[in-house]
Ligand binder design. Structure first.
Ligand SMILES: [Zn+2]
Length: 221
């Protein structure tokens, strides 16, 4: 079903814009950097035109597209943005082939009942980690929701994909998911958030904050 609500965005931290996902679409984040513009989790193809319009109100070009993981509701429109901006897709090394082949791990047919069109150019994260650091982007491996799930630190904000939500955690029962891994990732993020994170920016729903971890740790106790 097409979503006719207009997308909204708001500034949530230094140079990060949030385009809130509607219905089951994910939140998309745009980092307007001093040197590069980076789009994170473009989302479902359905909202491409409306989301693109919002993006172009903020920046004229996108240099990289990063997926926090390969699930279809985060990566389904990768190919559209890649064609439009000529930007490479970056995803954790262990999910490159899942994305390129639209494997079961993407949930495209299994959960979303859609024919996924994979992006043409996919770069394994390991090849560009150092380059991303130069743009002040730090990647944290946070397996559990999927094996190659990542979180992204930019300034005082932490983009968590489907690993951590404002008041809960992501599912661990999909292919390559693991509850044990997820618990470890939440503990890892706790340390990072306690140090210097003010905004927790999840893949779905509202933003979290410093207290997010204390809510979700109760789920595991
Ligand atoms: Zn997911």
């Amino acid at each position: 079903m097409l979503n006719i609500l207009p997308p909204i965005y708001k500034e949530v931290g230094s140079m990060i814009y949030k385009i809130s996902g509607k219905w089951n679409d994910c939140n998309t984040y745009l980092i307007k950097g001093e040197r590069k513009n980076i789009l994170i989790d473009p989302g479902l193809p359905d909202d491409f035109d409306a989301t693109l319009k919002e993006i172009e109100n903020i920046v004229k070009d996108i240099d990289f597209i990063i997926n926090t993981h390969c699930h279809y509701d985060h990566s389904g429109s990768d190919y559209l943005y890649q064609d439009y901006f000529g930007a490479p897709i970056i995803i954790h090394d262990s999910e490159v082939n899942h994305l390129k082949n639209a494997s079961d791990v993407t949930l495209s047919s299994g959960l979303f009942h859609r024919d996924m069109i994979p992006p043409k150019e996919v770069i394994p994260l390991g090849e560009v980690l150092e380059e991303l650091k130069r743009y002040s982007i730090e990647i944290i491996e946070t397996p559990g929701h999927t094996k190659g799930s990542i979180s992204i630190i930019y300034g005082d904000s932490l983009i968590t994909g489907d690993t951590l939500f404002a008041h809960s955690v992501g599912r661990w029962d999909f292919p390559t998911g693991s509850l044990e891994d997820l618990k470890g990732s939440i503990l890892k993020l706790e340390g990072i958030i306690n140090k210097n994170i003010l905004n927790v920016l999840p893949g779905h729903g509202e933003n979290g904050n410093k207290h997010t971890i204390s809510y979700v740790k109760k789920l595991f106790s």
